[in-house]
Design a protein around this ligand. Sequence first.
Ligand code: PRP
Length: 211
Amino acid sequence: MRLHVADHPLIAHKVTVLRDKNTPSPTFRLLVDELVTLLAYEATRHVRVEQREVETPLQKTMGTHIASPAPIIVPILRAGLGMLDGMTRLLPSAEVGFLGLRRDEETLEAITYANRLPDDLTGRQVFILDPMLATGGSLIAAIEYVLTRGATDVTCVCLLAAPEGIERVSAAVGERADVSVVVAKVDENLNDVGFIVPGLGDAGDRLYGVV
Ligand code: PRP
């Protein structure tokens, strides 16, 4: 598994405002959207392309297009939904599949409650969106889900990650597939209830309200 930590002052600034407990939901949503657009630039660095001819007003030339089959973006509900618009803005030809996961608050195990994805992901580049990589349980479940459907090229886009979660995902994936994680910031650690510290709290709650 490859890890890419985005190192950019604009990203650092926006993450700091997200962390602020006084940032209200409308601003939080806007910042998540802006951050994803910046991270998507890095996350799509290896998006598959093909060469195609294009005719300019002056002459024909060879150009670059996103290759077929189209990539598929998979936001992990709920919080990943806040990252979807920012990602599709950069990759408008991508398709979107949905995966609903929630952490059991006691065991921290990821529980799947919804999925709407093609059965066959062979040859598809997959972009998984989830703002928080805490214990890694949710991301591992999502990665396993797409690998068992034939995907071999998976990029995960996260805002904050805990070192423990990164280690777990890396160990779970091993050498089985080409998996990378693009993250805005790696935080200090997990606290004893599985929250990223210093973190930003519960991303789903801050985007959409307390369940
Ligand atoms: C949060 C977060 C991730 C997951 C991360 O979701 O959005 O999906 O926990 O934790 P993990 O790495 O330990 O699995 P949550 O279960 O709070 O659901 P929500 O998005 O519906 O709020």
